[in-house]
Design a protein around this ligand. Structure first.
Ligand code: FAD
Length: 383
């Protein structure tokens, strides 16, 4: 049985069949929709170039008993309690993703997690509408991009000193000029105290007037249904490197799973598409009794203010070096290097080849020539 019908859920069904599992598969999903991709929600859907992002997967051919609009409410060993009654299982994939955090205040605040959120928000992004986006993270930047394209007056309010501070540290500051370049008013060091009718109140007592408030301050793993089940939870569903949870016969994948990374020697929970795509095959192998380890170099991308931003690796504890000058307005790459001169992480801006080659260097773990690496004219693979 698969709980959660997002990308990780549907990939789990596909992986079960690909590995020759011939038994019954039930997949339940809280949303009334067929599984769909979320990355285009803040890009093509908000920009109005598509209305549907349904995953290209033939549920009939997969012979899955798909039950949309059915949510799991509780788990005990061998049985999932759902809004549609109890469902027994022999093996279970938990793939319930994550839910957006909302801020205090009784004013209306939009979040962007579902296709319904995206279509509702898009309808409100009309020329002249005053839009306040809370959070200059990945989602905030993409929403601001789309809102400006729609002709809205956009203010982005960020509690940190610069955009992407949590995700990238100081490197995020290099994206700050992009906001002004398209006419977005970026206000940093500005914590929101409350979302009110007609806008926001900031911690310093000032206010930002807005017709639409979009809150993009992060997500929490959707694990309420597991409360009281006895399954170990700690910032998501705790798993080992095989994606096995503490409850027999239960594996976890995607945004809700905090898995043990052999590569990094600590637990990771990665809220990115590539994880939802790749983890299910390992989880399902584990469920079927095969030996498999999930040990990727995390990867994601973002499209914001006309730039393609891509990141691979994990930069914690590594030292930063730049390839190319962000202040030149051109394409650049940030590389994080470990103490023994291996590449820990790479962030490329409009340099997709750097990302590709950097990702391979990270996976390979070989030493690199750091001096050559800072020269953007030299291919990363030749460093
Ligand atoms: P989800 O996609 O969240 O699916 C989980 C499903 O489970 C949901 O449909 C939910 O309704 C359902 N569910 C929850 N609780 C229950 C329950 N109790 N019972 C039954 N069903 C339940 N990543 C990138 O790498 N690059 C990007 O550019 C990018 N852009 C993004 C843009 C947006 C707007 C969003 C929201 C995400 C973006 N992501 C991006 C992240 C990426 O989409 C997620 O990492 C991915 O969707 C995770 O897939 P998942 O299947 O684990 O979870």
């Amino acid at each position: 049985m698969v709980v959660g019908a997002g990308l990780a859920g549907v990939r789990s069904v596909e992986a079960l069949r690909a590995r020759g599992f011939g038994g019954e598969i039930t997949m339940i999903g809280a949303e009334p929709h067929r599984p769909y991709d979320r990355p285009p929600l803040s890009k093509a859907v908000l920009l109005g170039t598509t209305d549907s992002t349904v995953v290209d997967s033939d549920l009939d051919a997969l012979e899955v008993d798909f039950r949309p609009g059915v949510a799991a409410t509780k788990l005990r060993e061998g049985v999932v309690e759902t809004t549609g009654g109890e469902l027994p299982y022999d093996g279970l994939v938990a793939a319930t993703g994550a839910s957006p955090i909302k801020l205090p205040g009784d004013g209306p605040q939009q979040v962007l997690r579902t296709i319904d959120d995206a279509l509702e928000l898009r309808a409100r992004l009309t020329a002249g509408t005053r839009v306040a986006v809370i959070g200059a993270g990945w989602i905030g930047a993409e929403v601001a991009t789309a809102a400006r394209k729609a002709g809205c007056a956009v203010t982005v309010v960020e509690a940190a000193a610069h955009p992407l501070a949590v995700a990238l540290g100081p490197v995020g500051a290099h994206t700050a000029p992009w906001y002004g370049q398209v006419g977005v008013d970026l206000r940093t060091d500005a914590a929101v105290a409350s979302v009110d009718h007609g806008g926001l109140t900031l911690a310093d007592g000032s206010s930002v007037e807005a017709d639409v408030v979009v809150t993009g301050v992060g997500v929490r793993p959707s694990v309420d249904w597991l409360a009281g089940s006895g399954i170990e939870l700690d910032n998501g569903i705790v798993t080992d490197e095989h994606l096995r949870t503490s409850m027999p016969g239960v594996v976890a994948v995607g945004d809700c799973a905090a898995w043990w990374s052999r590569r990094y020697g600590r637990r990771l929970r990665v809220e990115h598409w590539d994880t939802a795509l790749g983890a299910p095959d390992v989880a399902v192998a584990t469920l079927l009794g095969d030996e498999a380890v999930y040990d990727p170099v995390p990867y994601f991308w973002s499209e914001q203010f006309g730039h393609m931003v891509q990141y691979a690796g994990d930069h914690s504890g590594a030292r930063l070096l730049m390839r190319g000058d962000p202040d030149d307005g051109g394409r650049w790459t940030a590389c994080w290097i470990t103490g023994d001169d291996t590449l820990a992480a790479v962030l490329s801006v409009d340099r997709p080849r750097d990302l590709l080659q950097g990702r391979r260097l990270i996976e390979g773990g070989q030493r690199i020539d750091v001096d050559r690496m800072t020269d953007p004219a030299i291919a990363l693979r030749d460093c």
